[in-house]
Design a protein around this ligand. Sequence first.
Ligand code: ZN
Length: 408
Amino acid sequence: MNITDRFLKYVSFHTTSDENTNMIPSTPGQMIFAQYLVNELKSIGLQEVELDKNGYIMASLPANTDKSVPVIGFIAHMDTSPEMSGKHIKPRIIKNYDGNDILLNEEEVIVLETATYPEIQQYTGQDIIVTDGTTLLGADDKAGIAEIVTAMEHLIAHPEIKHGKIRIAFTPDEEIGQGADHFDVKKFAAEWAYTMDGSQIGELEYENFNAASAKVSFRGLNVHPGYAKHKMVNSIRIAHQFASMLPRHETPEHTEGYEGFYHLIASEGSVEKSTLNYIIRDHDRDRFERRKKEMQHLVNKINAEFGAGTAEIEIRDQYYNMLEKVEPVLHIVHLAEEAMKEIGITPHIKPIRGGTDGARLSFEGLPCPNIFAGGHNFHGRFEYLPIPSMEKATELIVKIAQKLEEQS
Ligand SMILES: [Zn+2]
């Protein structure tokens, strides 16, 4: 099957994940898609094809060389983001894209505008897969799966390309932050892996945020407002005071690149009790630790002013920057970078302003940089996928396997 047909088949499965179901995987559609993939992997000739009860697929392509080559892996996720419907996706191929705005949906007048998304113009002349404007596309990350499967099929069809043992895994629930929860790193048994889950062609990422959440609670005392002098303590006002003590420009809307932030994601309040929910993000581990200390320090200041126990903070670390685990084995990044150059892709190495499953896996002993899958505008109706980017990603997987064998 060619890669475009394969991708179009994959997006016909409804695999939106849902953090509120308490099921593993979180939605039954992911298991249905997983069953389909298992059959496909067996039919193209992969071995040790296994689907576990949590919805994780693992499979192997045996080595075809006598050399001792490290076992490496390729990983992608089966679910799509709950931020936008992933049901009844009606993809359309724009042939030989002309560089203009794309009318996605005539009836609802949904237009992919080049003024808003100028990056699309770099694909002028290419075939691009778009949505009908009512759902996301699911290139995140079904493009990644299609690329891995097609690359394995290619390697099986071309035994003259020598490679070591390759492991592949497809995981559920990445979009709700649970994709690494039940990933059996031991069973996967690879020395390192790549997630095929980045965006535009050339992307290569091995740095992400260090991340924590902080819940700050404030206690007040309600008294009849007419007789409240020197008695009432208004927790809402104290919460506001706290929020204003944090650096005003260290927020998502004022930062980029390696700049970290405090992000107030929710607030709730009454005179008696208020809470502020923050997330804390920073690439630098020391600055990350300082940010957490700073919040604690401000809580102490509030308590010094309004009395012990007025404010309380609960900080929970969420994930860490994979750089810490990838830096000692930076050759795994260089391998991908060199492979890209050899097939004519310009590598774009940049820090992720978020997390990835690869970050979690890196800390469990499977260093795991992230490579482009080729799509743009993930999680929304304007998601699109240039077909040549998907083909290049496939070629890259093959090249990485081949280069590693040559180097070994
Ligand atoms: Zn993804």
